[in-house]
Design a protein. Structure first.
Lengths: 737, 78
């Protein structure tokens, strides 16, 4: 008989769940999100003996409480979508802890099949497991497998098919001791009598969840029938008080103890034979003696992080350059084919630059995810978090936050887009939001040309020093802002650092490739469409409304005037000249004159546009930080991408487009401007470092959390940046600079 | 037999968990990871700044911050 059915794949993190999923589904998988949360939902297909199985990879969890998003997602999936069979993957070398989740699957009464993974590793550690006996004790099939090599997967799937065909088994009953059992019985009577939530869960399970104080179930209960919920909660309170008084413990603690008790009694019946002391040190622990050593550890970590950084930003240069060249070529093609005008401007500045902006990040993101996947899959990332946690904890962050900071530009020159996406490795929600919001303060590669311009203009003798100081300021700012956020908008106790240090493992090439590809594709697909829209909007903001015809005519007549006063021979030479041809002095002068008119027109048009009007409109406020309307427009343009600040500033100062290519001429111009001095530069540097992230980053922040946080990052960062810039400027003025 | 909390244990010291004095979310999390009374543990090491601490139990390695380790009392072997 052939069947189509749904299979869930659940288990502890690091038990080899993803490896098994990849081994089973190969490339026939796709990644989505569980509704409302940023937990990946991976699905794939597996066909064997005519059975067409739809496999859903549940997030890795240690338990089925409602402690974390992952657990809630896993539990809701099992209860609401009722997969025909759940494969519970279990790490054979730490069987006891892994079975804790198995017991909870069985208590929930769902058809389960245990995949005993990494039996080769366990054997290497001198652990022999009697899978038949374990299967008999648990009452479900137990199949030894090695997910990395694919050993045992056929047998596993045969067992799954068998489970799918057999009638449902009764939920496992763990005995929780006389006090709790009395309460459970009493509650079960009420629950079955009134059919309270029994459509979803077994009655005993509901009673146990009440005793465990499971928030999700309590809430659901109150929503279903407040009266019964009150009754059940009263019983819970009574037995809770009794246990606390007589045994000085909590019902939930007793429940956990009993679950572990049943596991250890099973294991003692000859399921497991260990030749060595189980807590003896293995190869992985010996490696840790060096890699997490007090002195060598931090140095090696610094080298590894520098290496990752180098890998991401240096090796991605080549493909990034290809992308850039392709889009330049496309721009050129369009600009020669399309006639001058609005359409051309829209296609080049709006669409091509927009799509180019999205795709330009793709190689960077691919390299970053590949690098992080290597560190994550090998187990080193957990060590980095372990070593740095003490420092980040002070600021309300998590040891893993360092990854996002570094990639965002903690070492100057990163990029906040992959940085924001790197926060996915953080499992604690509050710390994750705080990291997400502060990572863009780092000095990304796009801020560097702006810094370079200002430093060249105002601090020409201390370039290296200035870069170092700016890096320090951005780290300090990010950490302090994170602390501030953790004390205000995302306040609350830090998430416990109860984390497994998985043994070092060699990542599989296939796993790395799938991991890298799916993340990159997700970015390109989801962020891409939104980014294109915003890019077109920004283009419109800097183009419309257009100059009135009278003014355009005015510049046209200026050009005509220049042409009329020049000898016709010179005009002819310029018209015939192509790109690199050397011009005579007279022709070159004519060209410069014409370009100067173009530049003046561009500057006036920019001021006339919506962005220009906004920039001029808020000048009275931004004066406090020392910014005039030109700077304001440039900063508005910087929302598209920070490096745009330089070119927009160039346009606002009527530099012809040829000149803006060379930063030097703009630097000279700025120094000569009466409104600019060293203090203005400082104020602007601080502002650029902290103000709203570019919109690509904002879109990514929203994707990684919610639109609320995306908007928050723009408002909060800009307010903070403005406050700091005003502080710098006003203090400077008061001190007489 | 002396009872100390994990914060005060030395690297490589071994013992058996006597009690976990915390309820709620943290307590649940600790128990989910196998930190229940009667479990044999060994201090595997500490981070460069002495916090967090890495323990070995039930055949795997677990990390805890010191303020979380404070809540767990251990009976020292021998």
């Amino acid at each position: 008989m052939t069947m189509d059915f749904c299979i869930a794949l659940g288990g502890n993190p690091n038990a080899g769940k993803t490896t098994l999923f990849n081994a089973l589904t190969g490339s026939r998988q796709h990644v989505g999100n569980y509704p409302g949360v940023t937990v990946d939902r991976k699905e794939g297909r597996y066909v064997q003996n005519g059975h067409d199985m739809h496999i859903v990879d549940l997030p890795g969890t240690y338990s089925l409480t409602a402690y974390s998003v992952e657990e809630v997602v896993a539990r809701d999936f099992l209860v609401n979508e009722r997969p025909r069979v759940t494969i519970n993957i279990v790490d054979a070398s730490s069987l006891e802890r892994n079975l804790y989740l198995t017991i909870q699957f069985l208590e929930l009464g769902i058809p389960t099949c245990v995949a005993l993974n990494m039996i080769d590793v366990a054997r290497g550690r001198g652990i022999e497991i009697d899978d038949k006996k374990l299967s008999r004790l648990l009452g479900v099939p137990v199949v030894p497998i090695v997910a990395r090599s694919g050993f045992g997967t056929k047998a596993l799937m045969n067992a799954v098919a068998t489970v799918a065909e057999t009638p449902h088994l009764q939920p496992l009953r763990v005995s929780y001791g006389p006090d709790l059992e009395t309460a459970i019985l009493e509650m079960e009577k009420i629950i079955t009598g009134k059919s309270f939530l029994t459509g979803f869960y077994p009655s005993r399970w509901i009673a146990v969840k009440y005793l465990e104080n499971d928030e999700q179930i309590l809430e659901k209960g109150r929503g279903t029938d407040p009266q019964i919920a009150d009754q059940l909660e009263a019983i819970t309170r009574k037995v809770g008080a009794h246990i606390e008084e007589t045994l000085e413990t909590y019902p939930e603690a007793m429940i956990a103890d009993q679950r572990y008790g049943i596991i250890s009694s099973m294991l003692k019946q000859g399921v497991i034979k260990e030749r060595h002391d189980r807590n003896r040190l293995f190869l992985s622990d010996h490696i840790d003696k060096i890699l997490v050593n007090r002195f060598a550890g931090p140095i090696i970590m610094l080298l590894v992080l520098m290496g990752l950084y180098h890998f991401v930003f240096t090796y991605s240069e080549v493909p990034v350059a290809w992308c850039a060249r392709t889009f330049e070529w496309l721009s050129d093609k369009v600009s020669t084919t399309l006639p001058d005008g609005m359409l051309k401007s829209l296609v080049i500045s709006g669409v091509i630059d927009g799509v180019g902006g999205v795709l330009g990040f793709v190689p960077l993101i691919m390299f970053m995810f590949f690098g992080i996947a290597v560190l994550e899959d090998s187990g080193y990332l957990a060590r980095v978090a372990f070593m740095l946690d003490r420092v980040f904890q002070i600021f309300g962050l998590h040891g893993s936050s360092v990854m996002a900071y570094i990639v965002s530009g903690g070492i100057a020159g990163g990029c906040a887009v992959p940085g924001v996406m790197a926060t996915r490795t953080l499992r604690s929600p509050k710390e994750r939001i705080a990291t997400l919001l502060t990572a863009p303060f780092m000095n990304c590669g796009a801020k560097l040309p702006v810094f370079a311009l200002l430093i060249a203009a105002f601090f020409p003798h201390s370039r290296a020093w200035m870069m170092f100081i700016l890096t320090l300021i951005s780290w300090m700012g990010a950490l302090l802002a994170a602390k501030f956020l953790r004390m205000t908008v995302v306040k609350g106790a830090s998430t416990p650092f109860v984390m497994e240090l998985p043994p070092y493992r060699l990542p599989t090439f296939r796993g790395l490739m799938i991991h890298t590809w799916e993340r990159t594709w997700q970015y390109a697909k989801k962020a891409g469409t939104i980014i294109l829209c915003i890019s077109v909007l920004l283009w419109a903001g800097m183009t419309f409304p257009r100059l009135p015809d009278a003014q355009v005519e005015n510049y046209a007549s200026q050009r005509r005037g220049i042409l009329l006063t020049t000898a016709s021979l010179v005009v002819e030479e310029l018209e015939k000249a192509s790109g690199s041809q050397h011009l005579s002095a007279a022709a070159a002068e004519l060209k410069d004159d014409l370009l100067a008119v173009d530049a003046r027109q561009a500057a006036v048009a920019l001021r006339h546009s919506l962005a220009g009007r906004v920039g001029t409109g808020i000048e009275s406020v931004t004066r406090w930080a020392g910014f005039d309307w030109r700077t304001n427009i440039a900063l508005l343009g910087g929302f598209a991408a920070k490096e745009v600040i330089v070119s927009t500033l160039g346009t606002a100062y009527s530099l012809s487009s040829v000149d803006t290519e060379a930063t030097d001429s703009l630097a000279v111009k700025l120094v000569a401007e009466p409104g600019w001095r060293v203090l203005t530069a400082w104020s602007l540097l601080v502002f650029i470092m902290f103000y709203a992230p570019c919109f690509v980053t904002v879109v990514c922040i929203s994707r990684e959390s919610s639109w609320k946080w995306g908007v928050f990052s723009m408002v909060f960062n800009t307010s903070l940046a403005f406050f700091l810039a005003v502080m710098v400027y006003q203090t400077g003025v008061a001190l007489g600079y | 037999m002396a009872t100390v909390n994990i914060r005060n244990m030395q690297v490589n010291q071994e013992g058996t968990i006597a009690s976990v004095k915390v309820g709620g979310e943290l307590g649940r999390r600790l128990r989910d990871m196998g930190l229940v009374p009667g479990t044999a543990i060994k201090i595997q090491g500490r981070a460069p700044l002495y916090d967090p601490v890495a323990l070995r139990l039930k055949g795997f390695t677990l990390t805890l911050r010191n303020n979380e380790a404070d809540l767990i009392d251990v009976e020292i072997n021998g």
